[in-house]
Design a protein around this ligand. Structure first.
Ligand SMILES: NC(=O)c1ccc[n+]([C@@H]2O[C@H](COP(=O)([O-])OP(=O)(O)OC[C@H]3O[C@@H](n4cnc5c(N)ncnc54)[C@H](O)[C@@H]3O)[C@@H](O)[C@H]2O)c1
Length: 257
């Protein structure tokens, strides 16, 4: 039995990392997947793989910081046929610069992609969901939106802001049967974490150290994030909205000493 039949799922940031994994999993669950990303060739690789695997997927280029791009992408998704049932906001960038060294431009770039991006995507997609009788939005947050770490001011601020934007959207659209939730992962073996750790002198050592700091003594697996995404996207979670699901092995629940 598949969980996401008869619906279009837009995965923004679907060309890489967790978005890529979620897009492929949603297609396996029967959704028609719109892989939206500023990285058009990367989005096409994922959409082509979905089709080669017997699923339905298309790539649509989109810069989440530009409302014209986002609106055009959502209109294309709406023209496919079945209702837009799911929106995943996974596009994000990180900046590992402490407050006093962070440039205005870098601050704005991170806030625009990581916080304004989900705002523009929800603004464009939710009216289609309302018209279709409901839907599910999944905003990709982070442990760093719940607790903070040194050197990530813009990312932590954006992800913290996204927590309350998620709750705000959830209460505004609860009567419309549009549910808005967040998955807040800790470091997983893909995407941004793997890219940034690759720049360390000894990437494998750093990854092992960060895994060992987790209460479960390991990094997260992208498929574990996909499991949560399918649950939130599906009719298994119809009374769940405004929630923040820490997908982190207990990380954000723990005091270090
Ligand atoms: N990978 C992890 O371990 C991890 C941990 C915690 C939270 N997250 C969160 O999960 C989500 C996915 O992260 P990831 O690690 O898969 O990252 P990633 O870098 O692999 O993927 C992010 C995608 O966003 C796209 N993107 C960047 N700027 C864009 C823009 N302006 N418009 C449209 N697309 C744009 C990139 O092209 C890329 O395909 C993010 O929200 C991230 O904060 C990831």
């Amino acid at each position: 039995m598949t969980m996401l039949e008869d619906r279009v799922a837009i995965v923004v940031g679907g060309a890489s990392g967790l978005g890529d994994a979620i897009a492929r999993r949603f297609a396996k669950e029967g959704a028609t997947v719109v892989v939206a990303d500023i990285d058009e060739p990367g989005a096409k690789v994922v959409a082509d793989a979905i089709v080669a695997d017997g699923g339905n997927g298309i790539a649509v280029p989109c810069d989440v910081t530009k409302s014209a791009d986002v609106n055009a992408m959502v209109e294309e998704a709406a023209s496919i046929g079945p209702r837009i049932g799911v929106l995943v906001c996974s596009a994000a960038v990180e900046s590992l610069v402490p407050i006093v060294d962070l440039s205005d431009e870098d601050w704005q770039r991170v806030l625009d992609i990581d916080l304004k991006g989900p705002f523009l995507c929800m603004k464009a997609a939710i009216p289609h969901m309302v018209k279709g009788g409901g839907g599910s939005v999944i905003n990709m947050g982070s442990t760093l939106g719940l607790i903070v770490a040194p050197g990530h001011p813009a990312y932590c601020a954006a992800k913290g802001g996204l927590v309350n934007l998620t709750k705000q959207a959830a209460i505004e659209h609860a009567p419309d049967k549009v549910r808005i939730n967040m998955i807040a992962p800790s470091a997983t073996t893909t995407g941004l974490f793997m890219k940034h750790s690759a720049q360390a002198p000894d990437p494998e050592k750093l990854r092992a150290q960060i895994g060992a700091m987790n209460p479960m003594k390991r990094l997260g697996d992208p498929e574990e994030v996909c499991d949560a995404a399918v649950f939130l996207a599906s009719d298994m979670s119809t009374y769940l909205s405004g929630s923040v699901l820490p997908l982190d092995g207990g990380m954000a629940a723990r005091r270090i000493v």
